[in-house]
Design a protein around this ligand. Structure first.
Ligand SMILES: NC(=O)C1=CN([C@@H]2O[C@H](COP(=O)(O)OP(=O)(O)OC[C@H]3O[C@@H](n4cnc5c(N)ncnc54)[C@H](O)[C@@H]3O)[C@@H](O)[C@H]2O)C=CC1
Ligand SMILES: O=C(O)[C@@H]1CCC=N1
Length: 257
């Protein structure tokens, strides 16, 4: 059993708690200043608390509050050197957090799919932390990156689910306009993204070759792909990612002040 505390039980903290509970092998303490936050995670946490003292003995403490709240929590959070403090706040560097705690700080950019244990996470650390490795492995896929690339990861896998929801929504919407029932279109669109993503993860083929495999000569897909290739969609999707990356860098500047 690993003792894990999560500080902040909102969207991301709640997703981590739910996923870790599903994985099993974790004793989870959920801390928040707002007891209403416990409503959606009560079934998954071993303990909910509004007393910060209750998180002080966990092997791993996850800081899942908004970036501007991080300094306020760190002021009151007294951890020891043998503990690990995982920070997931966009734009808040390891150095900013490490200057306020004795614990070993590991910076992770997770995403909402922690809830279903399909998370894509990027981690930056001085040395691999076995407990964090186990948690990230239990919650999905993770890659180790240099911290100076954390703003890109924040845009790609942190914000990325929203971009994918948007694309699923666009496909669903047009399918409904073309006559399909909304609920059935939702299932087909979402499962298509899931299946395509799984195909990429299990294949060594390039994205271009995978596209080619769907395009039967003279068939339907090539007609749709021609519309996409002739459009600005690739540019616009890239611009969305860059805008999120820039905002992460801005948040980092604000956190350093
Ligand atoms: N939402 C997402 O998909 C992702 C969020 N993140 C990061 O996770 C962090 C949390 O984001 P969300 O969950 O979206 O925010 P949220 O607003 O949904 O949740 C924040 C929670 O923190 C609680 N809180 C506020 N002040 C507190 C305090 N002093 N002590 C303890 N808890 C306090 C709030 O009551 C709320 O339950 C942010 O730093 C964000 O950058 C990272 C990756 C993805
Ligand atoms: O939008 C945000 O700032 C957070 C960080 C990445 C995803 N959600």
């Amino acid at each position: 059993m690993m003792d894990v505390s999560v500080i902040g039980c909102g969207n991301m903290g709640g997703a981590l708690i739910t996923g870790l509970s599903d994985a099993g092998g974790y004793r989870i303490t959920a801390y928040d200043v707002d007891p209403d936050a416990f409503e959606s995670i009560e079934a998954y946490a071993d303990r909910t608390t509004t007393d910060l003292d209750d998180v002080r003995d966990s092997e791993v403490v996850v800081l899942a509050v908004k970036p501007d709240i991080v300094p306020l929590v760190l002021e009151d959070l007294d951890l020891r050197a043998e503990q690990t403090l995982v920070t997931i706040a966009a734009g808040v560097s390891t150095d900013v957090v490490a200057s306020e705690t004795d614990a070993t700080v590991v910076r992770v950019m997770p995403n909402l799919a922690a809830r279903t244990r399909n998370m894509a996470a990027a981690v930056a650390w001085e040395a691999p932390d076995e407990n964090v490795e186990r948690m990230l492995g239990d919650l999905g896929e993770f890659v180790v990156i240099d911290e100076n690339l954390m703003d890109v990861a924040t845009a790609l896998n942190g914000s990325g689910p929203a971009f994918v929801f948007y694309l699923v929504g666009a496909m669903q919407k047009r399918a409904v306009e073309e006559g399909l029932d909304a609920e059935k279109a939702r299932v087909l669109a979402a499962q298509t993204f899931k299946g395509a993503a799984e195909t990429i993860l299990r294949s060594e083929e390039s994205i271009e070759d995978l596209i080619d495999a769907v395009c039967s000569p003279g068939g339907t897909t090539i007609e749709g792909m021609d519309v996409l290739w002739d459009s600005d969609v690739e540019q616009e999707v890239g611009d969305a990612l860059s805008a999120a990356r820039r905002r992460s860098a801005e948040l980092a500047e604000e956190a350093e002040k």
